[in-house]
Write a protein of this length. Structure first.
Lengths: 309, 303
């Protein structure tokens, strides 16, 4: 793309003209794989998406300009609408759960304990992150099986009747959230653990002396100190939750009905099953705008609410 | 010492007894009542059990005969481990081919990312050229674009290049890496300048300085990029689902999901045997490269 051509061919460096000439050429060669690769596989596709969003195209016949019709489908097509609503509800519930569990566990790990135990627990909570979401969803689907699943068996021990986990709309949405959070809380946990460990222990000692303990110390001392991490962890969690696909695809395939269909599932289905490439691009762009909005909000919020030392 | 620039603080827990406040004495004193302590330990134990339980259930079920696989209560330790599921998974689907495909795709992406990110990161950190800031911002901006948004045009591009339904379709688009470039730039910025000056005085040119002085020093940074790439692409599902069509080009996660679909709930131990097999490389990375992986994963959040 144009990015490589902006690299100059003649600037005069004070030190050694020949050397800087070589250096510039070296820089261009070094950047070429990354910059050209991105031009081809990211920037060109973004432009392609922007153009395609205004066309109706099934790859076979000639593309047809349709203006904003593809975007209107978001308002009109019930499946698209429900999927976006599902995605937003999913993001809110999953992110709150993920951050709550992560912060709770990271705080508890600050308690006095043998260091082998701390290392063991940290590794344990981190472990699901290295698994594939598809594989996790495969075994979770068996575990949540209504008749034979181990989850319902455990619930039966405390007298709860079998839950139709994968066949009721609400329960299946809950399963998608639970499976997603199970795998991803470890990431937020690591961020919080790092932040909590970096708090100078004198601050806690001072708070102890002042009589601020327990919850009071947590909300007045700890939380403000880790607020930059809380913000970053929230934004990262929201952005990745907005793109949820593997879990609902494998666990429920969007069902029953459309109850667990997400925005990315609709992109996938409209492009590669219904061959509505224009509509898929339009939905993708809306998702991108959502992601950019969350990122922009991060910068806003960080100026207002976050306490930097 | 591996990577001072990417230090995130979490390593303090790693149990070394050298100076860092891991010793119980130096560790933060929080006055917890006896009930509070019991509550904390109980919550941690429950959380650990809920995290490990599903994986242990998967392992134990994969070691039972299909007829026993839905036995309730589930016994976590099969008394007579039965490995037929592991043999069957090779018969039912060509797991060997899936592993080979996954290894090829993941390995080449990791190598490609390590090479391209090292080169680009070095250029951004240590070479002078005009437009550096602008180009770097553009590279970083690609991190904000989710793969789902570019997948339709990428799919068409791949078709246009005649690479439909090949492993290259998975490999090529994944090699340019904004995050890897960012990590390597940080890494090179953290290395001292003296080496370059000394080498330049000895008459070494920019290429020699890069190749003989900085590349050897950057190996730990490259390891982070490689391990992150491995972890991500070994587990990847969305792109293979779209970019490969015939089963002979499937990667492991896609092959396993297909197997589950074909088998229904009939022989779950076979599917779970496949799942366990697919976890093994991730487990190896987890055991031997956990710190590197942790540093890499959290590097994006800490500046």
């Amino acid at each position: 793309m144009t990015t490589t051509s902006t690299v100059p061919h003649h600037t005069v460096q004070p030190a050694d003209a020949r050397r800087s000439f070589v250096e510039r050429w070296l820089a261009m060669i070094f950047l070429a794989p990354t910059v050209l690769g991105m031009a081809l596989f990211t920037f060109l596709p973004i432009i392609g998406s922007l153009v395609l969003a205004f066309f109706r195209w099934d790859i076979i016949s000639a593309p047809q300009f349709v203006g904003f019709a593809n975007f209107a489908s978001l308002a009109e097509d019930p499946t698209v609408r429900v999927s976006f609503l599902n995605t937003i509800v999913f993001v809110i519930v999953a992110v709150l759960l993920q951050l709550g569990i992560a912060l709770g566990l990271a705080s508890m790990l600050q308690a006095r304990m043998p260091s082998w135990l701390r290392v063991f627990l940290r590794s344990t909570f981190f472990f699901p992150l290295v698994l594939s979401a598809a594989s996790v969803s495969i075994f979770m689907r068996y575990m949540f099986n209504e008749q034979f699943g181990v989850v319902n068996w455990l619930l039966s021990l405390i007298g709860i009747p079998a839950v139709p986990w994968l066949t009721s709309p609400v329960a299946s949405a809950a399963v998608v959230v639970l499976v997603y959070v199970w795998q991803n809380f470890g990431f937020s946990f690591l961020l919080f653990l790092g932040a909590l460990t970096n708090i100078p222990k004198e601050l806690h000692e001072a708070a102890n002396l002042d009589g601020a303990t327990g919850w009071k110390q947590f909300s007045n001392v700890t939380l403000p100190l880790i607020s930059p991490t809380v913000l970053v962890a929230s934004v990262m969690a929201i952005i990745s939750a907005l793109q949820v696909f593997d879990q609902p695809y494998v666990l429920t395939n969007g069902g029953p009905g459309d109850s667990t269909r997400t925005a990315v599932m609709v992109i996938f289905e409209s492009a590669f099953q219904q061959l509505e490439f224009g509509e898929a691009s339009a939905i993708g762009l809306i998702l991108t705008v959502l992601i950019l909005a969350v990122t922009a909000l991060q910068f806003r919020l960080s100026r207002r609410f976050v306490f930097y030392q | 010492m591996s990577s001072q620039t990417l230090h995130t603080g979490t390593e303090k827990h790693s149990g070394s007894t050298t100076g860092t406040p891991t010793t119980p004495k130096g560790y933060r004193k929080r006055r917890l009542s006896a009930a509070g302590t019991v509550g904390t330990y109980t919550a941690l134990a429950v959380a650990a059990a809920l995290t490990l339980g599903p994986v242990l259930w998967t392992l134990s079920t994969s070691l039972r005969t299909p007829s026993e696989s839905f036995n309730l209560p589930p016994s976590f330790l099969p008394i007579n481990p039965d490995f037929t599921a592991y043999q069957d998974v090779f018969k039912q689907i060509n797991v060997g081919l899936l592993v080979l495909n996954s290894a090829l795709v993941t390995g080449l992406i990791a190598l490609g990312q390590m090479a391209s990110a090292t080169l680009a990161g070095y250029a951004f950190a240590r070479l002078d050229f005009r437009g550096k800031k602008a180009i770097f911002s553009l590279v970083l901006a690609t991190m904000m674009v989710p793969v789902q948004v570019t997948i339709v045009p990428v799919f068409m591009l791949i078709r246009g290049m005649g690479l439909s339904d090949t492993l290259l379709a998975l490999i090529l688009p994944a090699i340019p890496t904004a995050f890897g470039t960012f990590l390597m730039r940080q890494y090179f910025l953290g290395l001292p300048n003296d080496f370059a000056e000394a080498a330049a005085l000895d008459g070494a040119g920019p290429w020699r300085i890069f190749r003989s002085v900085y590349v050897p020093l950057a190996v730990p940074g490259m390891a982070i990029v490689g391990i992150l790439a491995f972890n991500f692409h070994w587990n990847e599902f969305f792109r293979p689902l779209i970019l490969t069509i015939s089963e002979q080009n499937f990667t492991l996660p896609l092959g396993l999901v297909t197997l589950q679909g074909n088998l229904g709930t009939g022989s779950i131990s076979v599917v779970l045997a496949g799942v366990i097999l697919s976890m093994l490389p991730a487990l190896v990375v987890f055991i031997f490269g956990q710190r590197t992986l942790r540093e890499g994963l959290t590097a994006g959040a800490s500046k």
